[in-house]
Design a protein around this ligand. Structure first.
Ligand SMILES: NC(=O)c1ccc[n+]([C@@H]2O[C@H](COP(=O)([O-])OP(=O)(O)OC[C@H]3O[C@@H](n4cnc5c(N)ncnc54)[C@H](OP(=O)(O)O)[C@@H]3O)[C@@H](O)[C@H]2O)c1
Length: 265
């Protein structure tokens, strides 16, 4: 939404879904976004871990008791259209009561990183990976847009530098992020009234980075991430969350474009 003025974004009665809200970036976004919401807002948290979502829910209640939290245990690698539609329909109630609706597609996985691109020959591995990282994203978006047909609708895709740049042994991850980002670019092209942000959070200090370092097949990729970690090159959860909150407040991006943590505001 290119706009010279600071737009009204935070502080409104908001409906928000965050996928992968049980830990890491999703949890931090859910808590910090909730602090920005107006009274009687609703936030829906999804992931597979009940205990993780419950912890996030308690942290949101402590941060802003005026926000209602709804928790849904969902395995997005086995996405079910009817179940996703029911979650959005029932948690939203009358969509016209909200001034802003937000869908944060944060859940994601690395895929097998002990493989090279020349070894990616397992169809069930592909299907599970793409179901979580792309297909469920399109299905949840469809369910969301089926309920929120008008008004200010913001869709956030948590993307990565890996959508643009190839890294050895990160074939699944790079392909997943590229395809997911292109989905949102097509969606933006087709729907000029939507507010779509592909946000690349920088290399954030979460379990995902540890997983890369511990399991990646390519020594070059391992060294790259080890160096980032050992030289203080990782971004903190609070830093990247503060940045996206500011990006959304300013709304200076063009719908469908990507904004990187390292870009100047
Ligand atoms: N960390 C980074 O440096 C970095 C950089 C760029 C982009 N990103 C992206 O940021 C997002 C969050 O990553 P993170 O670093 O916070 O990783 P993380 O700590 O591993 O969190 C991943 C989240 O996704 C959820 N998830 C995984 N598989 C799922 C499934 N099958 N169904 C439902 N939810 C599932 C997890 O919840 P459950 O396990 O409870 O299901 C968890 O809440 C990802 O899309 C990642 O690609 C991360």
């Amino acid at each position: 939404m290119a706009n010279e003025m600071v737009r009204k974004f935070w502080g409104q009665k908001t409906y928000c879904i965050v996928t992968g809200a049980s830990q890491g970036i999703g949890r931090n976004f859910a808590i910090e976004f909730s602090k920005q919401f107006g009274s009687d807002s609703v936030i829906v948290l999804m992931s597979r871990s009940f205990s993780g979502l419950e912890s996030t829910s308690r942290l949101i209640a402590a941060a802003n008791p005026n926000v209602k939290v709804k928790v849904h245990i969902v395995d997005l690698s086995i996405p079910k259209k009817d179940a996703l539609e029911t979650i959005v329909t029932e948690s939203a109630g009358d969509p016209s009561q909200y001034s802003l609706s937000i869908l944060v597609h944060n859940a994601g996985s690395l895929g097998k990183v002990n493989h090279l691109a020349s070894e990616m020959n397992d169809i069930s591995e592909w299907n599970t990976f793409m179901a979580l990282n792309l297909y469920s994203v399109t299905m949840l978006t469809a369910a969301f847009l089926n309920v929120f047909k008008t008004g200010h609708r913001t869709l956030i895709n948590v993307t990565s530098l890996c959508a643009l740049q190839p890294f050895k042994s990160l074939g699944y991850y790079c392909i997943g992020k590229t395809s997911r980002e292109m989905y949102f670019r097509v969606l933006a092209e087709e729907n000029p009234s939507l507010d779509i942000l592909n946000y690349s959070p920088g290399p954030v200090n979460t379990g995902m980075i540890t997983d890369v370092i511990e399991s990646v097949k390519s020594g070059e990729t391992k060294t790259l991430f080890e160096n980032l970690r050992n030289t203080g090159g990782l971004v903190s959860l609070d830093q990247t969350t503060a940045r996206i909150i500011e990006v959304l407040r300013n709304g200076k991006y063009k719908s469908g474009d990507r904004v990187d943590y390292f870009e100047p505001l």
